[in-house]
Design a protein around this ligand. Structure first.
Ligand code: NAD
Ligand code: 89V
Length: 343
């Protein structure tokens, strides 16, 4: 397979993980980088030995011949950059949250479809190996037909020191973190028909909500609860683990803190350690997320090579993004929200 020539736009806090992963992936490499902050451009360029550096994305597209572009900027720049990639006929990966609004997200999907350009959202949590392990048990039929799920992320980890912008936005936990957990719920239990939500702000020093509880009806008939909190102080801090309970007609799955997977089903009970590997460049507790960055980027390379739509394509992500919009609307109105009316 020939090596795909990529560029990265946005050299901030999280992009460093993406750069490490690109360095380790066969079949793709980053030839050029772009950031409007010269200091970030210098730091990432020097760390990864990238000489071709741009402060302006338009100049990057004008001067480089690219097989793909990886957008790792924060949300407000996503639409203009994705549309720029589409105009230049360059396949594009865009970090989550895909867009500030569902209307923007739909426009981005349309622009890429119109240009015939593949589009993947870097929605990586479903690619974490413990989550994939849960999905494999479901697919094996061991617990029968799932009728209930609880997908939970509760923590008091200081995310604001690495990502200060998270403290200032009107929207916080649902837009930034809940989006991952809602995507996991879709990944495990299928698409959603309606959602009811409640939110709270416990931390007085931030602008947005830091607690959210969502109840969802899935098309499959299953019911799920997705609960997220950054105001939950526990004896052992679980960040960034997603905990899962699934009840099926023939058994149960429990993914508990410490990456302990307990399955009770047709063949009895098994307990497995599904801890993610610690990649050479990774560090605890982020290694779970870091491994999923590697996996999703490999998936992109495989899909581009095979001409296949990525699992977390722009079109797929609209269905996750609709849950975010529904959660904010439903928390404000205190009414259930129908998802098909948003899509
Ligand atoms: P950051 O602010 O540290 O980095 C963003 C960088 O983009 C900055 O260096 C900024 O100068 C640059 N930038 C912004 N607009 C630009 C433009 N138009 N052209 C060129 N450069 C531009 O932010 P971050 O914490 O790295 O987050 C980036 C994205 O990654 C966000 O969307 C965030 O939600 C997401 N994120 C994802 C995960 C995950 O697990 N998937 C984890 C953390 C952050
Ligand atoms: O994954 C993310 O988007 C991160 C964090 C895990 C801190 O919420 O912002």
């Amino acid at each position: 397979m020939s090596t795909l020539r990529g560029a990265l736009i946005g050299c901030g806090f999280f992009a460093v993980n993406q750069m490490h992963a690109w360095r380790d992936i066969d079949g793709a490499s980053i030839a050029a980088i772009c950031d409007r902050d010269p200091e970030r451009l210098r730091i990432v360029g020097d760390q990864f030995g990238i000489a071709r550096r741009y402060s302006d994305a338009a100049a990057l597209f004008a001067n480089e011949t690219l097989d793909f572009v990886d957008i790792a900027t924060t949300v407000n720049s996503h639409r203009s950059l994705v549309e720029m990639a589409a105009d230049n006929r360059v396949p594009v990966i865009c970090q989550k949250p895909f867009a500030p609004t569902l209307a923007d997200a739909k426009a981005m999907v349309k622009a890429c479809a119109h240009a015939g350009v593949p589009l993947m959202v870097h929605e990586n949590f479903r690619w974490q190996s413990p989550i994939q392990a849960v999905r494999a048990v479901l697919d094996s039929g061991e617990i029968g037909r799932p009728f209930f799920g609880r997908i939970s992320f509760r923590s008091a980890y200081d995310v604001f020191s690495g990502q200060p912008y998270l403290a200032t936005g009107k929207r916080f936990i649902i837009e930034d973190l809940g989006i991952h957990i809602l995507d996991i719920a879709r990944f495990l239990l299928g698409d959603v028909s309606s959602l009811t939500a409640r939110t709270k702000r416990v931390n007085p020093d931030i602008a947005g909500e830091d607690v959210a509880t969502m109840l969802m009806d899935h098309d499959s008939g299953a019911t799920s609860v997705v609960d997220c909190s950054y105001a939950t102080k526990l004896a052992t801090e679980p960040f960034p683990e997603t905990l899962i309970e699934l009840d099926g007609s023939d058994g149960t799955i429990r993914l508990a803190q410490g990456y302990k997977l307990t399955v009770t089903g047709r063949s009895g009970t098994s307990v497995t350690d599904v801890s993610p590997p610690l990649l050479t460049w990774a560090s605890r507790p982020w290694h779970n997320i870091q491994e999923s960055v590697m996996t999703i980027q490999k998936h992109w390379v495989d899909c581009l090579a095979a001409g296949k739509e990525p699992a977390t394509s722009g079109a797929d992500n609209l269905k996750t993004f609709a849950l975010v919009e529904a959660a904010y609307a439903g928390a404000a109105s205190r009414q259930p929200v129908r998802i098909d009316e948003l899509l």
